[in-house]
Structure formats: structure tokens, C-alpha cells
Ligand binder design. Sequence first.
Ligand code: MN
Length: 346
Amino acid sequence: MKPLKGGRLEPYRAKRDFEVTPEPTESRATAEGNSFVIQNHAATRLHWDFRLEMGGVHRSWAVTKVPTLDPSVKRLAVHTEDHPTSYGDFEGTIPAGQYGAGTVIIWDRGTWAPMGDVEAGYHKGSLKFRLVGKKLKGGFALVRLRDKSPKDRGKNWLLIKEKDEYAQPGSGDALAEQNKSVVSGLNIEEMAAHGAIAHSEGASRKKLKKVKPADLPKAKEAALGDVPEPQLASLANHPPHGEGWLHEIKYDGYRTLARIEDGAVRMITRNGHDWTDRYKPIAKALASLPAKNAIVDGEVCVQLPNGATSFAALQDALATSASSKLVYFVFDLLWSALSKVVRVQS
Ligand code: MN
């Protein structure tokens, strides 16, 4: 495919505060791809964001009603700003007050192939292509409408299913019933309940206060060693009395310590086994932390839509290699080299 020139992310970035929203800032640093994604987005109005990867960005149209395989139905598709290709991995909740506030699920995704010259078709306002998605398949056309008023500026297009073996004449809005994410399996309501957990590599970039070892009176200097044995909970018949106690949630997962040395992450079970391979997305996320040398203590879990952790769901995710479902709750920083060698002990 001939790459399209002029894909620009400035308008996308200008609308968003990346210290608040979990949406990604950058395109994937990969060569020219041919992905497409449709994100069902419960913003002020429910819509389906249809994105085709072209020239290193996702060219985007907001489709105002559920996409269809019915060739007799024409869907209004309003051209919106280009999005980074990594946006195709995003689902979760855009916080209130932010641009596009509301919940997003990945309604469909896959690959696309142009029928004819993409750049010429795009500029002419008549783009024909084939989709290989989970819900949408076969030939489609995006056709630009003539402006009714100057302020339309070529933004109004129609998304139309071509007549082919994948067409379902008379099906109308039938796909509205297929309302779950093709990634997480959650519908919009379940995703909203799931909280602002972004299944995106660009997790919240909220600025965190830097901890200085000098602020930690009990911190001791020590070289980075192997991971220590985790401190385990003990059973008691009654909660403790007195001040100085905090109650915390019991996570139903696998206790796991992460050892980061020069940015290389190893995930170690409480019995000392290296499970980095099983926890790849978590290790990758930890590698992007500002601290390049640290030991953290936490629990690897899978959350149900209501937010509770489920050991059965965790075992299922591990058995099926569904590692993108894993969540790592970090509750302690045991060792960190921020400005000097230091071991933190509570
Ligand atoms: Mn949207």
C-alpha cells in the first residue's frame, strides 16, 4: 500500500490532557501496518469510532449508529482527527472533564486492504476497501458527502457495505446485539464498572511525587540483592485493636515480587520461581517505570467486571495464555535506587 502523507497527531494531542486521560500519545513504533479498529464509545452520544491505519496513523470517522452488514443501510460517518495507531489497543474510561469523556470498548478490529489507490480515493472522497474483522467482513465503501454548508468542510461521509458474500441484506441494526469488546469480552456497562483500568500500554501518566530516600528515616543502604521472601499474612480470629492499623483488600491472586535491574524485569513467585514469561505484559509495564533498579512486592490477579479479584479467573487466564487480563497490584517498594543505594524496610 502506498503510504498516505500528512497524517498528523497534533490535533489529537491538542484536545487531550495526557496527565489525566489514560489514552496513548504515540503511534506504535512499527512499520506501516494495515490495522483497522472500531471503538464503541459512550461519550455525550453513543457512537462507533471507525479507524483505518494509513501512513502511520489511524484515519478516523465517528459512525453515529451501529455499523451494519446490510448494503441498503448507509451510515453517517463524521471524519474526526487522526489517532495514534496504539489507540487501537485502548479500551477503558476517559475521565470526566476530558475530551471524549466516557467509556470505550474495542467493538471490532482486524486488518483492511484497499481496493484501488488509497491516497487518490481518500482525496477524491471515495474509498473502497475490504475488512477482515470479527464482526465486519468483506467490502465496504466510505463516500464523502457534498457539504450542505461551508462549516461541514468535507467532514460528512457515508459508510456503506458492498454487496458480496458477507453482506446480510435486511439485517439493519442486528449488530447492535453484538455489543461486547472483541478483546476483553466486556460490554460498555461492564467496562465502565471495571473502572478506569486501561488495557493500554499507555497507562495513566499522572505525575507522581518523587520519593527521596532521605525522606524515609528507616531506609537502609544496601546493594540490590535477590528478592527477599515476601512477608505473608497470618490468620487471626479478630482484627487488631488500637491505632496504627490500616485495613487493606485481600487480593485473590499470586503473590509476586518484581526485581528490576538496569530496566530488566524478573517476576518471581513467593516460592522463588521465575514467572516472567507468564507475566510478560506486566514485566513490560514495569520496565517502563522511571525507576530502573527496584524490587516491588505485589499480587498478580484477574479482576471480574465488578472489580473483585478471582483466583479461578486468574488460573483460567494463565491456562489460556490470556496474559493481557492480568493486573499487578503493587503494595510495597522493598528496594529502590532513586538517588543512592537504599533498602526500604517497613
Ligand atoms: Mn469517539
